[in-house]
Design a binder for this molecule. Structure first.
Ligand code: BGC
Length: 265
């Protein structure tokens, strides 16, 4: 039996980058997947087709995760379609880089609304469903699992991106406090904090060979990450193989957090 056979996973921002790779990997592991998109329905449908062509089961649902009504409607659709939700991956996230003194209130609020409030709204709906249903032992030892896609910038301060770093710092406490509160309900809550992974969000940092070489100076392991590096770990964390893991942040960053500039002693 595949690791996630019979389970239902909802992945936010699942039409590109890390979210897309995780959606495909969860489907591969046997989960039915709710593929969330923000604006581009066709992209969502293309991901569903990709999953179906490999013999999986998926549906796409549009929602702006920062809007309460959208999120509630998305969970209603998920439950109507597949009966319940077992797994939530809070992946949807944006960057809006701007020097601190020039940052508008709108730029501050927009990034926090998607990255932090969006994760709160989705997690609350998921946790409500997990509490309602409880453990179904044929599917999983947990009543539900929530995974946040955070960032090394949960810890590393980031000049020119204060809004983004604050949103990821906030995810750390959201994750740990939820993990504490929901453990007695048999709900596991964890984070993956990726470093530099090749996706559209940081294209300018790796597309040009000079920029990529510069970026690699910050990565002791010497290569830029691939979305598969994150997706493989996500499947493990969301499966019963990680049943005793809750409240943990798994940094997947090629050593970016190891103070690379001290490599020479
Ligand atoms: C950001 C990327 C960046 C990486 C490492 C991620 O959270 O979204 O743009 O390359 O952190 O700095």
């Amino acid at each position: 039996m595949s690791k996630l056979e019979g389970q239902v996973a909802l992945v936010t921002g699942a039409t590109s980058g890390i979210g897309l790779e995780i959606a495909l990997a969860l489907a591969n592991a046997g989960a039915a997947v709710v593929v969330n998109y923000h604006a581009d329905r066709e992209k969502g449908e293309a991901v569903v087709r990709q999953i179906e062509e490999r013999g999986g089961n998926a549906v796409t649902v549009g929602a702006d995760v920062s809007r309460e009504e959208d999120v509630q409607e998305m969970f209603r659709t998920a439950v109507e379609t597949f009966g319940t939700v077992d797994i939530l991956v809070n992946n949807a996230g944006i960057q809006e880089d701007v020097p601190f003194v020039e940052m508008s209130l709108e730029q501050w609020q927009k990034v926090l609304a998607v990255n932090l409030t969006g994760s709160f709204l989705c997690s609350r709906e998921a946790a409500r469903e997990f509490c309602r249903r409880g453990v179904v032992s044929e599917r999983s030892r947990a009543a539900g699992k929530i995974l946040f896609i955070s960032s090394v910038h949960e810890v590393i301060p980031w000049a020119g991106r204060v809004n983004y770093a604050v949103s990821k710092g906030g995810l750390g406490q959201l994750m740990r406090s939820m993990a504490r509160e929901l453990a007695p309900e048999k709900i596991r809550v964890n984070s993956i904090a990726p470093g530099a992974i090749k996706t559209d969000i940081n294209r300018e940092a790796w597309e040009d060979p000079g920029a990529a070489a510069e970026l690699c100076k910050k990565i002791p392991y010497g290569r830029i990450g691939e979305t598969e590096d994150v997706a493989r770990a996500a499947v493990w964390l969301l499966s019963d193989e990680a049943d005793y893991v809750t409240g943990a942040t798994l940094f997947i960053d090629g050593g970016m957090l190891l103070y690379p500039s001290f490599g020479g002693g």
